[in-house]
Design a protein around this ligand. Structure first.
Ligand code: FES
Length: 144
């Protein structure tokens, strides 16, 4: 291999790995749940929070729900039987926020919101839109 090409390929690999790692990391943390819409509410099965990891059933803290053409809703499991649902649209200028740990972070201008949608850092000055939730034995209902 020509020395110049070898150096160029090494540089491309060095630049590409962190980007690939970020992309893969974000792919593994965003699980979109199946949701049915009827009577002004979304129905999500509680079992959508469960998945198999090394043959053990484990629980996600949150899932995402997306209606066509809309921003995703983050459905977060707060405590046994309680769920919060927040629209992931930043209240500053409308960019889609990302969940980082238990914070919604806006990539456009850096606003941050708590997991319950409360604004923690501007420039946004109002909370994320949130939705009332209810549950029964098998389902979570999001009133949109
Ligand atoms: Fe989110 Fe500006 S659009 S901080």
């Amino acid at each position: 291999m020509e020395r110049r090409k070898f150096v160029k390929d090494c540089c491309m690999l060095a630049v590409g790995l962190p980007v690939l790692g970020t992309m893969l990391g974000s792919c593994t943390t965003r699980y979109f749940a199946q949701a049915n819409f009827s009577n002004d509410r979304l129905q999500v099965m509680k079992s959508e929070f469960q998945y198999l990891k090394k043959e053990k059933l484990v629980e996600r803290d949150f899932v995402f729900v997306k209606l066509e053409g809309e921003f995703p809703i983050c459905l977060y499991k707060e405590a046994e039987g309680n769920y919060s649902a927040s629209l992931m649209q930043c209240t500053h200028q409308g960019c889609e926020t990302h969940l980082e740990g238990k914070l919604f972070v806006c990539p456009c201008h850096g606003s941050e919101f708590a997991i319950d949608g409360k604004v923690l850092k501007g420039p946004a000055d109002s909370n994320l839109k949130t939705y009332k939730t209810e549950t029964d034995d098998e389902n979570i209902y999001i009133y949109i």
